[in-house]
Write a protein that binds this ligand. Structure first.
Ligand SMILES: [Zn+2]
Length: 262
């Protein structure tokens, strides 16, 4: 049983201030430890549920957040290769995808540090008319390989978003946004137990066929509404990108794997 785990930082337990996810900030160095602890909890739970191979992606801000010596020695770790190989080792031999430390899409009320890709330049992102965040994008990417999303951890808003995309999967809410920049948290210690147990349950349930891959059928229209027209000026110069109006660009793709390619 092979499990792929992607990670972000905004939805990690014990992270409740924006500085904690900003590389270079002293608070960030401490937050990296919190990230590793949530990741270890998911790995331990997955192994207890019957996983035999686990690969974990260090995803926040392009990677290099993990403190490798803190991490479970039974799993392997990687970072994004390029925009087409975002989860480099993922293929059809995997049985499930977990997303640890998620945040809600841009524009979510009480979503802690809600954003889609870029907090500064992306206003709204749509796929075939449906508003998408990073949770849905990862699900669509994994769906190409027939791999279903089986568990999400993050704030309450991220869990609700995951439910709307993937239905009945394991969800672990470790905090609730009090506006965008603050959150009400449970203790990391309790979160670790909850993440472990949910990961274990999720892996155990794979055998029952409870989880279905999230499949996007081509042709796929990606529409990106940017915060300012100068951002759209730049996007509009890229190959295959069409300008719809001052702030909006559009791109058609055939393979959902290209969902990160602009
Ligand atoms: Zn992040």
């Amino acid at each position: 049983m092979k499990i792929y785990i992607i990670t972000d930082m905004e939805g990690i337990s014990g992270i409740w201030r924006p500085e904690q996810v900003q590389k270079g900030h002293p608070e960030y160095e401490k937050a990296r430890r919190l990230l590793c602890e949530d990741v270890n909890s998911a790995i331990a739970g997955a192994f207890d549920g019957g996983a035999t191979d686990i690969v974990v992606l260090d995803g926040h801000g392009g990677g290099d957040n993990f403190i490798l010596e803190m991490l479970d020695e039974r799993a392997t770790y990687e970072t994004v290769k390029n925009s087409l190989e975002v989860m480099p080792s993922l293929d059809g031999s995997f049985n499930g995808l977990m997303q640890v430390g998620c945040h809600a899409m841009a524009g979510t009320l009480n979503g802690f540090l809600d954003h889609t890709q870029s907090s500064t330049s992306w206003f709204n992102f749509y796929v075939n008319g449906r508003k998408f965040g990073e949770i849905g994008q990862a699900g669509a990417y994994a769906g190409v390989f027939g791999v279903p999303v089986i568990m999400i951890t993050g704030d309450k808003a991220a869990c609700e978003e995951a439910r709307s995309f993937f239905g009945n999967i394991e969800l672990v809410s470790v905090k609730e946004g009090l506006g965008r920049n603050r959150a009400k948290c449970i203790s990391p210690k309790l979160a670790h137990k909850m993440i472990h147990d949910a990961a274990m349950k999720a892996v155990q349930h794979i055998k029952t066929g409870a989880f279905k891959p999230f499949i996007l059928k081509p042709p796929i229209e990606m529409k990106l509404e940017l915060c300012r027209s100068d951002y759209a000026d730049e996007y509009a110069t890229r190959p295959g990108v069409q300008r719809l109006d001052a702030r909006t660009v559009r791109k058609m793709i055939e393979n959902p794997r290209e969902i990160y390619c602009w």
